[in-house]
Design a protein around this ligand. Structure first.
Ligand SMILES: Cc1ncc(COP(=O)(O)O)c(C=O)c1O
Length: 406
């Protein structure tokens, strides 16, 4: 099989797996236990936290371990906004307040951000601005600047998009937010404005130093960089007003209750270290493969569209749209040929919904339905690209000939 879906998940590196193993069977103590076995686990946990904080340019106490980026994103969005305490219930009880927290996010975020924001909008009466993006998926920074208001408490913009690979101007947004913080300080307005980024897709390829990016919160998940699934990180800058969302234990400085997943955390820290050591090599390798695939597809397949930014994109991502056919049908045909890729469409209540990302980028439904994403990893080769370039064009031709839309 040729695996070209590294944005969905990656295999666990051998050395990551080996680092995790002892923490299942020999060093299995609970890090909250005071005897030696527990303290051994606690040491591994704190060493991992130290390693990770170093890689992100953060302090160890600013790292919260979670079950993955879905939890990290939910925790960031709810934690940094619900601390302001205004709820629908309070309104219904007629508690006198006209303060309504405002969140700014983009229309192309992962559902773990969008749905958390929609939840606050629906059940807590928060005000939300969903920023538009251009045809290439870049957030409109001018619109962002215009959208910041006196009641804005959170801005959440992803570092790089998971479907089309477009890289967002996080540093620029970081400086905008910094200016807003200064302005509020000078005006005596003590309402915090928190900047969160979902860096799930970018960690393997881009610098994620939290000070360089200018973020207050950052989410990661282990399995996108050759670590285990079901473990993640939320970085929370010291001093950020934050309301924990899970109670029942004093773990993670009372910010995320529950016994820590020591083997997975050890694995994730190892994967981050390995990933940083190989970052430029993997970036150069995958970019070469990506560019060869993009060139080949655009040359060999009539009316193929490259989705996302031509240059400001993750080095491993090649996303396309093929008009008049369904991405799912392409995927099934590719699977028959032993190629694993992905489509932007999502199955919602039995029907295929086109990708919200492509629709926000201005694609019509018909074009957005025919989307397909190939994401390379460090184990792919040029022969894999040649194989896709041999198999994909006849699949597209066959499906177009069968299409009722032709
Ligand atoms: C951009 C982005 N954010 C968040 C997530 C959620 O990560 P997880 O499923 O590991 O919780 C993903 C997963 O695909 C993602 O691509």
């Amino acid at each position: 099989m040729i695996y070209l879906d590294h944005a969905a998940t990656t295999p666990v590196d051998k050395e990551v797996y080996n680092a995790m193993k002892p923490y299942f069977t020999e060093k299995y103590g609970n890090p909250s236990s005071i005897y030696t076995l527990g303290q051994e686990a606690k040491t591994a946990l704190e060493e991992s936290r130290w390693e990770i904080s170093n890689i992100l340019g953060a302090k160890p106490e600013e790292i919260i371990f979670t079950s993955g980026a879905t939890e990290s994103n939910n925790l960031a969005i709810k934690g940094a906004t619900l601390c302001h305490g205004l709820t629908q219930i309070q309104k219904e009880l007629r508690i006198d307040t006209d303060f309504r927290p405002h969140i700014i996010t983009s229309a192309i975020e992962h559902h773990s951000v969008l749905d958390a924001v929609k939840y606050l909008e629906k059940y807590f009466d928060f005000e939300v601005t969903y920023l538009p993006v251009d045809k290439e998926g870049v957030v409109d920074i001018g619109e962002l600047e215009k959208s910041i208001k006196n009641n804005t408490v959170l801005v959440s913009i992803m570092h790089a998009n998971n479907e089309v690979g477009t890289i967002e101007p996080i540093e620029k947004i970081g400086s905008l937010i910094k200016n807003e913080k200064l302005k509020r300080k000078n005006e005596g307005n003590d309402l915090p404005i928190v900047f969160h980024t979902d860096a799930v897709q970018s960690f393997q390829y881009l610098d994620t130093n939290v000070d360089k990016l200018g973020v207050d919160m950052l989410s990661l998940t282990g399995h996108k960089f050759y670590g285990p699934k079901g473990v993640g990180i939320l970085y929370v800058r010291k001093g950020t007003k934050f309301l924990p969302q899970q109670q029942g234990g004093a773990q993670e400085r009372k910010r995320r209750a529950g016994t820590e997943n020591v083997p997975y955390i050890v694995g994730m820290a190892k994967a981050m270290k390995v990933s940083r050591g190989q970052m430029s090599d993997v970036g150069i390798r995958t970019k070469k493969l990506r560019d060869k695939l993009i060139k080949g597809v655009l040359e060999k397949i009539p009316n193929a569209i490259l989705a996302g930014h031509p240059t400001k994109r993750l080095p491993h991502n090649a996303a396309f749209c093929f008009k008049k056919i369904e991405g799912e049908s392409i995927l099934i045909n590719l699977d028959f040929e032993g190629i694993a890729a992905s489509s932007g469409s999502a199955c919602t209540s039995g029907s295929l919904e086109p990708s919200h990302v492509l629709l926000a980028m201005g694609y019509d439904h018909e074009t957005a339905h025919g989307s397909i994403r190939f994401t390379f990893g460090k184990e792919n080769t040029e022969a894999d690209v040649d194989y896709v370039l041999e198999k994909l064009p006849p699949i597209i031709e066959k499906l177009r000939n069968m299409s009722p839309l032709k």
